[in-house]
Write a protein that binds this ligand. Structure first.
Ligand SMILES: [Zn+2]
Length: 113
């Protein structure tokens, strides 16, 4: 019985972990995709890889929604006000996307490309 549980974690733990990481980069619910990864294994990772992260706004949409974030010295984070923004190139799917995260609080802010 214990071996069966260990096997289940071994087979489903890694895809669940990967699904959680990919969900974060795509701006989707981490917990939902983590649980989906446990039960759906690599199949869920495949679905997530093909999925577009359309929920992330573009820079123009981000600034339109948060006009105070456009400062003379650059774009600011809408959550903490930090102007240190980190670029993350996402090549996990078939298309390459560029995501911009706040370097201070780690929130996904907008996408480009
Ligand atoms: Zn921030």
């Amino acid at each position: 019985m214990l071996t069966a549980i260990a096997m289940f974690i071994l087979i489903n733990g890694l895809p669940a972990y990967m699904a959680r990481r990919m969900a974060r980069r795509k701006g989707r619910s981490e917990m939902f995709w983590f649980i989906a990864g446990i039960f759906g294994s690599w199949f869920v990772v495949g679905i997530l890889a093909l999925m577009r992260s359309s929920s992330t706004p573009t820079l123009a949409e981000y600034l339109a929604a948060n006009p105070t974030c456009k400062t003379p010295t650059g774009i600011a984070c809408k959550f903490c006000g930090s102007r240190s923004i980190r670029l993350w190139r996402d090549e996990s799917g078939y298309a390459i996307h560029q995501r911009h995260f706040c370097n201070h609080c780690g929130e996904l802010l907008y996408r480009s490309g």
